[in-house]
Ligand binder design. Structure first.
Ligand SMILES: [Zn+2]
Length: 213
């Protein structure tokens, strides 16, 4: 499985594995933006249909949208695919300080997203995870994110961050609608991760009926 959080869509990576069911490619990227590919309807073809997942998001999207996409779209898709290895296209150009990208991720945001990926690798494939540095056009932001990721891979969750939080977004995406639509497109509606805790049906029943039932 390849996880690509570089701000650009990984058009070449997608192209390589578009018809290959052995590789799940997941990309979250700014759109509209160079190179113009990576619509959510691009899902692979032939035997590879369903093993490409694209999440295009408008400029100034931040962690509050990335996180639910990672937890509720990427994670269950990975769980279903059951990868032997996770590769990360670790571009840091979605950092708010980046002069090319227009996204609002902070170094702390990148750290938390990378933490989700590390958890996923631990749970799905015995921690087999390779991160490859890609984009990043603000040297300070890139250095902070790269150092933070190395810390995380070494088991230390300290973020190296002297740039602070992203600017406040003027508007917010309705993430509930976004997640529901992405889960519909990728046939994940109702999917339960294998390690999800079993629902306590009795407790739910009591809550619905009230204490006197
Ligand atoms: Zn890039």
């Amino acid at each position: 499985m390849i996880i690509d959080y570089d701000v650009h869509h990984g058009n070449a990576t997608q192209e390589m594995f578009y018809e290959d069911p052995r590789v799940l490619y997941f990309s979250i990227h700014q759109a509209p933006f160079y190179p113009g590919t990576g619509l959510s309807t691009e899902r692979g073809a032939g035997e590879g249909l369903g093993t490409t997942i694209n999440v295009p998001l408008p400029a100034t999207t931040g962690y509050e949208t990335y996180e639910p996409v990672f937890r509720q779209v990427m994670s269950p898709a990975a769980d279903r695919f059951n990868p032997q290895l996770i590769l990360v296209s670790a571009g840091f150009d979605a950092h708010w300080k980046d002069p090319l990208g227009g996204m609002y991720l902070s170094t702390a945001g990148f750290a938390k997203l990378t933490g989700i990926i590390i958890e996923l690798a631990d749970y799905l494939c015995d921690g087999r995870l390779v991160m490859v540095q890609e984009g990043g056009y603000d040297l300070q932001a890139m250095a902070n994110c790269a150092a933070t990721c190395v810390n995380l891979l070494l088991g230390d969750d300290a973020a190296v961050d002297n740039l602070g939080p992203a600017p406040t977004t003027q508007w917010r995406i309705n993430t509930d609608v976004l997640i529901a639509e992405l889960r519909r497109i990728h046939k994940l509606t109702g999917y339960r991760m294998r390690n999800a805790p079993k629902p306590d049906i009795e407790r739910l029943r009591r809550e619905v009926k009230g204490p006197d039932a």
